[in-house]
Structures are given as C-alpha cells and as structure tokens.
Design a binder for this molecule. Sequence first.
Ligand code: KIV
Length: 272
Amino acid sequence: MSKHQMARRHTPRSLATLQTPIVALTAYTTPMARLLDPHCDLLLVGDSLGMVVYGMDSTLAVTPDMMAAHGQAVVRGSQKACVAVDLPFGSYQESPQQAFRVAADLMARTGAGCVKLEGGREMASTIAFLVERGIPVIGHIGLKPQAVHAHGGFRTVGRGAEAAQVMEDALAVEQAGAFAVVIESTMEPVARAIAAKLTIPTIGIGASPTCGGQVLVTEDLLGLFPDFTPRFVRRFAELGQEVDRAVAAYAAAVRERSFPGPDECVGLTDTP
Ligand code: KIV
C-alpha cells in the first residue's frame, strides 16, 4: 500500500472535531493494537499497564522507559487511531520544564500524537507550558489513580463539596489548552455537567454516557483482568475463561502425547 493509499491517522485536531462519540481503549502491545485499531479513534498507552501487564498494585512505579517501550509497540501496531501516551507518576509534577522534557522525549521515541497527564487546577500551568510548545495534551480529572494514596483508595469522586472542585479542575484544564479531558470515576451528574459545559471533548470512564467519548481498559472489557472489576466496567467478553479452556486442552494434549500430531510434524506424513 502506498503512503497515499494508507488510512489517515486521527490527530488531536481530528478527534476534537469528530461528529461521533470518541471510541477509546487502552493498548500496551503491538498485537492488541492491531486488533483494536480498526475500531478505535484513540488508543491510550495508559500507565494502567503497571497493574494490568506488570502485576503492580498501583501505577506509581511505572517509568518513562516502560511507557516508551509500550508506546513504540502500540504505534507500530496501529495506522488509524491517534495514540496517546501517559506521563507516569513523578515524571512531570515537579515543574513544567520537567514535564516538557519527558513529554517531548516520549513523543520523539514513540511517534505518539499526544500525551495524557493527571491533574486539574494544580497542573494547569504545566498543560499550558506543553501546549504552547507544541505538545498536544489530554487532561485527566476526577479519580486520579496516581494520587490513589492521597485520595484514600480508588473511590468515586464528586460527592458533596467535591463536585465544585471537579468542575473547577475541568475548566482549568480546558482553559490551559488541553484538547480533550478524561473524566474518571466521577458522580454521573457532575460528569454530565462538565460534559455540557466544556467545549473540548470529554472522555468518560465511570463518568457519564453524555461524555464526548468513552474509554475502558481493554483487558477489563475482554474479561482478561479478573483481579478487580470496577462497577463502571462492562465485560463484553470472557476471554479469561476462553484462555483457561484452551490452555487446559493444550496441557492435556501434551500429557497424552496427542500434540504435536502427524500433520504438525515435518517428515512424518509428507510425501517425498
Ligand atoms: O492509565 C489508564 O489506562 C488510564 C485510563 C483508565 C483512562 O488513564
């Protein structure tokens, strides 16, 4: 396929003007990116990979090098979706300059189209610094998993007085120049009000069906991450059970010596 025949990849600008809800999923590897890309507008190389791929109990120990390796894999496996890479904990909160160095390095090493970072009002000056220097940014408000210890766990936010704070975070992120914002695990009426107020796309995960798009962790929707299923996850498949069935069948076939069979060996049944 020539360069001109190739499907054009979504950009932050094309996502922001999409007429249909943004379909976003997490991706961490090339084979999964290949499967998701035809269906998705945005592939997020989320720092959730620390928990989903590496078995960590939070995202706090994820490093820029891990994000770079998985970001490269996802860009290689996709052609159509815009790829966003998360800035991991500790790599951007110190100063706008630190954030710029890490974000620029990740974009250069991966070929991703944008970065995502967690934070509202406290990150507004950092978002503005990046955007003014050519780095498209997706904000992330509501539940911020990198602040899990300060939050007191993975809990829904936006109850009572917290509602106004989440709205202020949303407005600050938009004002700073983010082209979209993820709203995670937030009371539906609060997320709905934010989606109605902002002019940039809101991408919900445990937020509201009125958001400008939705994102899920792919392993959650496929039933491949049984450790913990938040209420906002819908399992569209039970691939964990399917993997269990297939591996049990393989183990039995090896033990009874029915695998490999004659057709799976070279020189046993082939005519010379
Ligand atoms: O890290 C991640 O996968 C995310 C999504 C859950 C939005 O931030």
